[in-house]
Design a binder for this molecule. Structure first.
Ligand code: FES
Length: 205
Protein backbone atom coordinates (compact mmCIF):
# COMPACT_ATOMS: atom_id res chain seq x y z
CA UNK A 1 0.00 0.00 0.00
CA UNK A 2 1.08 3.57 -0.66
CA UNK A 3 -0.14 6.30 1.63
CA UNK A 4 1.00 9.87 2.12
CA UNK A 5 1.35 10.41 5.84
CA UNK A 6 3.23 13.72 5.70
CA UNK A 7 2.88 16.64 3.33
CA UNK A 8 4.85 19.90 3.39
CA UNK A 9 1.72 22.01 2.90
CA UNK A 10 -1.43 20.01 3.54
CA UNK A 11 -2.53 18.52 6.83
CA UNK A 12 -3.15 14.77 6.74
CA UNK A 13 -5.94 13.97 9.20
CA UNK A 14 -6.19 10.54 10.86
CA UNK A 15 -8.86 8.46 9.16
CA UNK A 16 -10.58 5.16 9.83
CA UNK A 17 -9.49 2.18 7.73
CA UNK A 18 -12.34 0.61 5.76
CA UNK A 19 -12.78 -2.45 3.52
CA UNK A 20 -14.00 -2.47 -0.06
CA UNK A 21 -13.74 -4.74 -3.09
CA UNK A 22 -12.31 -4.06 -6.52
CA UNK A 23 -12.93 -6.68 -9.19
CA UNK A 24 -13.67 -9.20 -6.45
CA UNK A 25 -10.49 -8.53 -4.47
CA UNK A 26 -10.76 -7.35 -0.86
CA UNK A 27 -8.85 -4.11 -0.34
CA UNK A 28 -8.52 -1.38 2.26
CA UNK A 29 -8.92 2.35 2.02
CA UNK A 30 -9.64 5.18 4.43
CA UNK A 31 -12.93 6.84 5.23
CA UNK A 32 -13.40 10.12 3.40
CA UNK A 33 -11.11 9.36 0.46
CA UNK A 34 -12.43 9.07 -3.08
CA UNK A 35 -12.39 5.71 -4.90
CA UNK A 36 -9.44 6.69 -7.11
CA UNK A 37 -7.28 7.48 -4.06
CA UNK A 38 -8.21 4.13 -2.53
CA UNK A 39 -7.24 2.34 -5.75
CA UNK A 40 -3.92 4.21 -5.93
CA UNK A 41 -3.34 3.35 -2.29
CA UNK A 42 -3.54 -0.28 -3.37
CA UNK A 43 -1.19 0.35 -6.32
CA UNK A 44 -4.01 0.04 -8.86
CA UNK A 45 -3.48 2.57 -11.63
CA UNK A 46 -5.67 1.05 -14.35
CA UNK A 47 -9.39 1.39 -13.68
CA UNK A 48 -10.68 0.00 -16.98
CA UNK A 49 -10.13 -0.03 -20.73
CA UNK A 50 -11.35 2.20 -23.54
CA UNK A 51 -14.15 0.88 -25.73
CA UNK A 52 -12.42 1.82 -28.97
CA UNK A 53 -8.94 0.38 -28.75
CA UNK A 54 -8.78 -1.24 -25.32
CA UNK A 55 -6.25 1.30 -24.07
CA UNK A 56 -5.92 1.49 -20.29
CA UNK A 57 -7.99 4.13 -18.50
CA UNK A 58 -7.37 5.73 -15.14
CA UNK A 59 -6.79 9.09 -13.49
CA UNK A 60 -6.41 11.99 -15.88
CA UNK A 61 -7.91 15.28 -14.71
CA UNK A 62 -8.57 14.18 -11.09
CA UNK A 63 -11.29 16.80 -11.03
CA UNK A 64 -14.45 15.23 -12.40
CA UNK A 65 -14.11 16.64 -15.90
CA UNK A 66 -13.05 13.80 -18.22
CA UNK A 67 -14.69 10.49 -17.14
CA UNK A 68 -11.44 8.66 -17.85
CA UNK A 69 -11.53 7.28 -14.30
CA UNK A 70 -14.96 5.64 -14.67
CA UNK A 71 -15.60 2.54 -12.55
CA UNK A 72 -18.79 0.60 -11.86
CA UNK A 73 -20.33 0.78 -8.38
CA UNK A 74 -23.46 -1.28 -7.78
CA UNK A 75 -23.98 -1.51 -11.53
CA UNK A 76 -23.80 2.24 -12.06
CA UNK A 77 -20.86 4.01 -13.75
CA UNK A 78 -19.31 6.67 -11.53
CA UNK A 79 -16.24 8.87 -11.65
CA UNK A 80 -13.69 7.33 -9.30
CA UNK A 81 -12.03 10.69 -8.65
CA UNK A 82 -15.29 12.25 -7.44
CA UNK A 83 -17.04 9.42 -5.60
CA UNK A 84 -16.34 8.91 -1.91
CA UNK A 85 -15.35 5.40 -0.85
CA UNK A 86 -17.86 3.68 1.42
CA UNK A 87 -17.54 0.69 3.74
CA UNK A 88 -18.11 -2.56 1.85
CA UNK A 89 -18.36 -0.85 -1.53
CA UNK A 90 -18.24 -3.22 -4.52
CA UNK A 91 -16.21 -1.50 -7.22
CA UNK A 92 -15.60 -3.01 -10.66
CA UNK A 93 -13.40 -1.88 -13.49
CA UNK A 94 -15.12 -0.30 -16.48
CA UNK A 95 -14.13 -2.14 -19.64
CA UNK A 96 -15.63 -0.70 -22.78
CA UNK A 97 -18.90 1.16 -22.49
CA UNK A 98 -20.69 0.60 -19.18
CA UNK A 99 -23.96 -1.31 -19.47
CA UNK A 100 -27.01 0.53 -18.31
CA UNK A 101 -29.25 -1.24 -15.78
CA UNK A 102 -31.86 -3.48 -17.48
CA UNK A 103 -34.61 -1.89 -15.41
CA UNK A 104 -35.02 1.79 -16.00
CA UNK A 105 -35.38 3.36 -12.60
CA UNK A 106 -36.19 7.04 -12.94
CA UNK A 107 -35.04 9.20 -10.06
CA UNK A 108 -37.82 10.90 -8.15
CA UNK A 109 -36.90 14.57 -8.23
CA UNK A 110 -39.98 15.70 -6.33
CA UNK A 111 -41.86 18.85 -7.18
CA UNK A 112 -39.94 21.14 -9.45
CA UNK A 113 -39.86 24.85 -9.03
CA UNK A 114 -39.51 27.61 -11.61
CA UNK A 115 -36.91 30.13 -10.57
CA UNK A 116 -36.31 33.41 -12.32
CA UNK A 117 -32.92 34.92 -11.74
CA UNK A 118 -30.99 37.79 -13.26
CA UNK A 119 -27.70 35.92 -13.58
CA UNK A 120 -26.92 32.20 -13.70
CA UNK A 121 -23.24 31.33 -13.36
CA UNK A 122 -22.24 27.75 -14.09
CA UNK A 123 -18.97 26.69 -12.51
CA UNK A 124 -17.45 27.93 -9.26
CA UNK A 125 -13.83 27.96 -10.35
CA UNK A 126 -11.81 31.19 -10.29
CA UNK A 127 -13.71 32.68 -13.27
CA UNK A 128 -17.15 31.81 -11.88
CA UNK A 129 -16.26 33.04 -8.41
CA UNK A 130 -14.80 36.30 -9.75
CA UNK A 131 -17.85 36.87 -11.96
CA UNK A 132 -20.15 36.24 -8.99
CA UNK A 133 -18.19 38.66 -6.83
CA UNK A 134 -18.15 41.47 -9.40
CA UNK A 135 -21.80 41.08 -10.46
CA UNK A 136 -22.83 40.59 -6.85
CA UNK A 137 -21.32 43.94 -5.98
CA UNK A 138 -23.67 45.46 -8.58
CA UNK A 139 -26.52 43.98 -6.48
CA UNK A 140 -27.62 41.61 -9.25
CA UNK A 141 -29.46 38.48 -8.15
CA UNK A 142 -27.26 35.48 -8.91
CA UNK A 143 -27.31 31.70 -8.71
CA UNK A 144 -23.87 30.10 -8.82
CA UNK A 145 -24.00 26.37 -9.66
CA UNK A 146 -21.20 23.83 -9.33
CA UNK A 147 -21.21 20.04 -9.40
CA UNK A 148 -18.46 19.75 -6.76
CA UNK A 149 -18.89 19.80 -2.99
CA UNK A 150 -16.77 22.92 -2.52
CA UNK A 151 -16.00 26.23 -4.16
CA UNK A 152 -12.82 26.86 -6.12
CA UNK A 153 -12.77 24.55 -9.15
CA UNK A 154 -9.20 23.60 -10.04
CA UNK A 155 -7.85 25.98 -7.38
CA UNK A 156 -8.60 23.36 -4.72
CA UNK A 157 -5.97 21.12 -6.35
CA UNK A 158 -3.28 23.78 -6.54
CA UNK A 159 -0.80 23.97 -3.68
CA UNK A 160 1.73 26.11 -5.55
CA UNK A 161 2.00 29.87 -5.07
CA UNK A 162 0.69 32.09 -7.83
CA UNK A 163 2.74 34.79 -9.50
CA UNK A 164 1.81 38.07 -11.19
CA UNK A 165 -0.01 40.92 -9.53
CA UNK A 166 -0.85 40.73 -5.83
CA UNK A 167 -3.88 42.96 -6.31
CA UNK A 168 -5.28 41.25 -9.39
CA UNK A 169 -4.54 37.56 -8.85
CA UNK A 170 -3.36 37.17 -5.25
CA UNK A 171 0.26 36.57 -6.26
CA UNK A 172 2.24 34.84 -3.52
CA UNK A 173 -0.77 32.85 -2.32
CA UNK A 174 -1.45 29.19 -3.00
CA UNK A 175 -4.39 28.09 -5.15
CA UNK A 176 -6.05 26.44 -2.15
CA UNK A 177 -5.80 29.75 -0.24
CA UNK A 178 -7.20 31.75 -3.17
CA UNK A 179 -10.15 29.34 -3.39
CA UNK A 180 -10.93 30.09 0.26
CA UNK A 181 -10.62 33.87 -0.19
CA UNK A 182 -12.85 33.96 -3.29
CA UNK A 183 -15.27 31.51 -1.69
CA UNK A 184 -15.67 33.66 1.41
CA UNK A 185 -16.22 36.73 -0.76
CA UNK A 186 -19.13 35.18 -2.67
CA UNK A 187 -20.58 33.54 0.45
CA UNK A 188 -20.84 36.97 2.05
CA UNK A 189 -22.98 38.32 -0.82
CA UNK A 190 -26.64 38.44 0.29
CA UNK A 191 -27.86 38.45 -3.33
CA UNK A 192 -25.95 35.32 -4.44
CA UNK A 193 -27.29 31.80 -3.95
CA UNK A 194 -24.67 29.05 -4.08
CA UNK A 195 -25.73 25.59 -5.23
CA UNK A 196 -23.01 23.00 -4.68
CA UNK A 197 -23.30 19.32 -5.69
CA UNK A 198 -25.64 20.51 -8.44
CA UNK A 199 -25.56 19.74 -12.13
CA UNK A 200 -26.99 22.21 -14.62
CA UNK A 201 -28.71 20.14 -17.34
CA UNK A 202 -30.49 22.86 -19.26
CA UNK A 203 -31.33 26.54 -19.05
CA UNK A 204 -34.73 27.84 -20.18
CA UNK A 205 -35.38 31.47 -20.91
S1 FES B 1 -9.94 11.66 -13.78
FE1 FES B 1 -11.16 12.97 -15.00
S2 FES B 1 -13.17 12.68 -14.23
FE2 FES B 1 -11.92 11.50 -12.92
Amino acid sequence: MENITKHPILEIPDKKKIKFKFDGKLLYGFEGMVISSALFLNKIRIFGHHKKDGSPQGLFCSNGQCSQCNVIVNGIPVKACMTPLKVGMIVESCNGLPELPAEDDPVDVGDSEIIEIEVLIIGAGPAGLSATKILGEYKLKIILVDDKDRLGGKLVLQTHKFFGSQEEVYAGKRGIEIAKILGQQVQSLPNAQIWLNSVCLAVFS
